[in-house]
Design a protein around this ligand. Structure first.
Ligand code: NAD
Ligand code: ZN
Ligand code: ZN
Length: 383
């Protein structure tokens, strides 16, 4: 089969003649991939920022497909089912899965205890092959995969495996109260979806911050929010204070993560010299522009390496920080309803559909934010 293949930072290619995945455990299923997205999280791998990202590995944690084979212990899925597969690999039985913390499964990642297994996300997240391929092995097949309803557009289904639940959970973790002012840092797919979902929790005002004009324009329309370019507002923290009676926002959401731009020293130390675990600029801005007693919700990804954050301001302002990988399976039932009722239109974010064979070009476009790219879907030749 053809599969995306990591060759080292900034280098990926479509590899041919990759052996087909096989059932390794009775609870596995093999899926023929129909759509597979590229995520901002993949960029952290692509840029060489995630420890133990091995040359030769296949990325891809946002995919849908058709079941072509099931292990002997699989009961709920059958060959021919079309399924969306959450990016978290979860056993469904451990203490954390029982609390619906499917992103924190204690069984699915033999390589680390902090995070559960994630498809195609380095050996730090379990070393599983990802879905940017024609076929993929799905462990615990009775737990994660959800049959795609007949009425659902496959593009919407693909975005339900990560973007929609992550944006929704970002807003949910913000503990938004009716009328709250919510500031979202990052107008990528995750930030845009967080801004959209903030209204569902009762926000009175939603502001999104980025430096890419085309994304801000899209976000303003799609999420019906205010959008500001941090390059033209002076100090973003001061600007946000002036927007909020000098007190600060009720809720700030970090939807940028470890590759934030906007502060030279943070970028130098975290992204280029790598002496700390990524650039924490967006998190600094979130902590410093939320009001005292406010909530900072973090979905932007940070890795296992320590990074500087203004913890004294967290303490002295009495801020609550909430963060996690999204628990996709927990949120899917209500998000499927939101898509069915037209409350959320995920596929409107897709700007690029690129054949899997051109995966190298696809990463380049998304990484460099060329061609007004917001979300890219890879289409395998056998789809
Ligand atoms: N927690 C989870 O479950 C989960 C799931 C999916 C993605 N993520 C993470 O969410 C983050 C966003 O993902 P995405 O797909 O939207 O990525 P993306 O790369 O498309 O978007 C990130 C955006 O942040 C902007 N940005 C950079 N520096 C900024 C700053 N200082 N302030 C404001 N905006 C800034 C960029 O211009 C870009 O538009 C990534 O870190 C990704 O790894 C987390
Ligand atoms: Zn993702
Ligand atoms: Zn588990």
């Amino acid at each position: 089969m053809i599969a995306m293949n990591y060759r080292g930072p900034f280098r990926v290619r479509a590899e041919r003649n990759v052996p087909l995945p096989e059932i390794k455990h009775p609870e596995d299923a093999i899926i023929r991939v129909l759509r597979s997205c590229i995520c901002g999280s993949d960029l952290h791998l692509y840029h060489g920022l995630v420890p133990d990202t091995r040359v030769g590995s296949t990325f891809g944690h946002e995919f849908i497909g058709e079941v072509v084979e099931t292990g002997s212990a699989v009961e709920k899925l059958k060959v021919g089912d079309r399924v969306m597969v959450p990016f978290n690999i979860a056993c469904g039985k451990c203490a954390f899965c029982r609390q619906e913390l499917y992103g924190n499964c204690h069984e699915s990642n033999p390589e680390a205890t902090a995070v559960g297994g994630i498809f195609g996300y380095s050996h730090t997240a379990g070393g599983y092959a990802g879905g940017q391929a024609e076929y993929v092995r799905v462990p615990y097949a009775d737990v994660g995969p959800t049959v795609i309803p007949d009425w659902m557009d496959p593009d919407d289904a693909a975005l339900l495996t990560d973007v929609v639940p992550t944006g929704y959970q970002a807003a949910e973790m913000g503990g938004i109260q009716t009328g709250d002012t919510v500031v979202v840092f990052g107008a990528g797919p995750i930030g845009i979806m967080a801004a959209k979902c903030a209204w569902l929790f009762g926000a009175g005002r939603v502001i999104i911050i980025d430096h890419l004009e085309y994304r801000l324009e899209f976000a303003a329309k799609y999420a019906q929010c205010e959008a500001y370019n941090f390059k033209s507002i002076g100090d973003p923290v001061v600007f946000l204070k002036t927007q909020t009676d000098s007190l600060g926002a009720d809720v700030c959401i970090d939807a940028v993560g470890c590759e934030a731009a906007g502060n030279f020293m943070n970028s130098l130390l975290g992204r280029w010299l790598m002496v700390q675990g990524g650039s924490t600029t967006a998190l600094h801005w979130a902590i410093n522009s939320v009001k005292k007693g406010g909530i900072v919700s973090i979905v932007g990804v940070y890795g296992p390496i320590n990074a500087l954050v203004p913890i004294g301001n967290v303490l002295n302002k009495g801020i609550t920080i909430r963060a996690n990988q999204a628990s996709v399976k927990r949120l899917l039932p209500r998000l499927i309803e939101h898509v069915q009722n037209g409350v959320i239109d995920p596929k409107a974010m897709i700007t690029h559909r690129i054949p899997l064979e051109e995966v190298s070009e696809a990463y380049h476009i998304f990484s460099s934010k060329l061609d007004n790219c917001i979300k890219t879907v890879l289409i395998p030749p056998s789809a």
